[in-house]
Ligand binder design. Structure first.
Ligand SMILES: Cc1ncc(COP(=O)(O)O)c(C=O)c1O
Length: 334
């Protein structure tokens, strides 16, 4: 890797987009501008199909992660029930639970991966009769307890929803985020590993949920059996998403290469991935103060923001003891 300045290029902020793709995005946008369909068209379908090719599951494109989350809450009829999520997550996760009419129950994480622990799920099932779990894959790797949580939820009849907002490009022994539970929802918000500015993707092995989400994003058209709102993705966004989905594996392979060559040798106190797991490296997380750093994934715990009680010692430890090393996609450097 040739460094043109004293600061390694991967430390400078960049949106996860490859400048070589600009011409193709412009060509697609030109086609859309000249054609008669600015929404609900072929690019939405092509983006979904390309996402499914990577993810291995049927996919529905939406205007944001939130639209997919609300579709899951409605489809699994979680209104009035208890739903678990980790306290160290973005407020989107607990807010989707409360906006979906359910009561949010917070759980603790593991220190090693920052993600919800199987013990937290078992405790909430035993003490609080949870109907569903939102498992958040924090930082771009999969939660280390994903398989154990999935097995426990399947055994107890608890719905397992995966918050895949950070998990683009990740896998564990070839299985992709969203494939362990009943559904997974991705975000394409501007800073994500690959982005469309705004956008989301719901994936699920349940064909009925996929069909429900298609109606939910579109006011229930045309049978109006589903009471959704407008969570559609425009054709302009979908065209960008298609290009991004095609480039995603290259982006995450590049980030993994930089991580192995430059960051791993520098940081021994970091998230150590289990065998067979590939991270998309939305964040490169270390457990010691570093310079430069992009700060924390989350330093405020959601149960505190929402003024709920409870003791979450691992989440509190994690909030204080992790930092993120900058790792941005800049393919011109290597
Ligand atoms: C963990 C997590 N869940 C959900 C979301 C919400 O995604 P969106 O803004 O696309 O609704 C985010 C966005 O940053 C997130 O980090």
């Amino acid at each position: 890797m040739t460094q043109t300045t004293a600061i390694p290029q991967f430390e400078k902020f960049a949106i996860g987009f490859d400048a070589r793709d600009k011409a193709r995005v412009m060509q697609y946008w030109d086609e859309i501008l000249s054609g008669g369909r600015w929404t609900e068209g072929d690019f939405t379908k092509r983006f979904e199909d390309r996402w499914s090719q990577w993810n291995g599951l049927p996919s529905v494109a939406l205007s944001s992660w939130a639209g997919g989350a609300m579709a899951c809450m409605e489809y699994f009829q979680l209104r009035g029930k208890n739903v678990l999520c980790p306290t160290n997550t973005f407020m989107a996760t607990p807010l989707a639970i409360t906006k979906g009419g359910a009561d949010v129950i917070f759980g603790d994480c593991n220190r090693e991966d920052l993600c919800l622990s199987v013990e937290a799920v078992q405790k909430a099932a035993a003490e609080q009769n949870i109907a569903a779990v939102w498992l958040v894959h924090i930082g771009g790797h999969l939660a280390f307890d994903t398989e154990r949580i999935a097995a426990f939820c399947a055994q107890k009849g608890i719905v397992l929803l995966e918050d895949c907002a950070h998990a683009h490009g990740a896998s564990w022994n070839g299985r992709r985020p969203g494939a362990f539970g009943d559904a997974g929802v991705y975000s394409f918000y501007a800073t994500k590993t690959v982005s469309t500015g705004e956008g989301g993707m719901l994936v699920s092995r349940h064909p009925a949920l996929i069909e429900f989400a298609r109606q939910f994003r579109n006011y229930g058209k045309f049978e109006y059996a589903v009471a959704g709102l407008n969570y559609r993705m425009s054709e302009f966004t979908a065209a960008l998403g298609l290009v991004q989905a095609e480039r995603m594996e290259e982006i995450t392979a590049w980030k993994n290469d930089v991580a192995r060559r430059y960051l791993d040798p520098k940081f021994t106190e970091r998230v150590h991935l289990p065998d067979g797991m590939i991270s998309g490296y939305y964040k490169y997380i270390v457990f010691e103060p570093i310079e430069p750093s992009t700060g924390k994934v989350y330093d405020q715990l959601c149960h505190q923001i929402m003024r709920q009680g409870g003791s979450f010692p691992n989440a509190e430890w994690v909030a204080q003891h992790h930092w993120c090393a900058p790792l941005y996609y800049r393919p011109t450097i290597g």
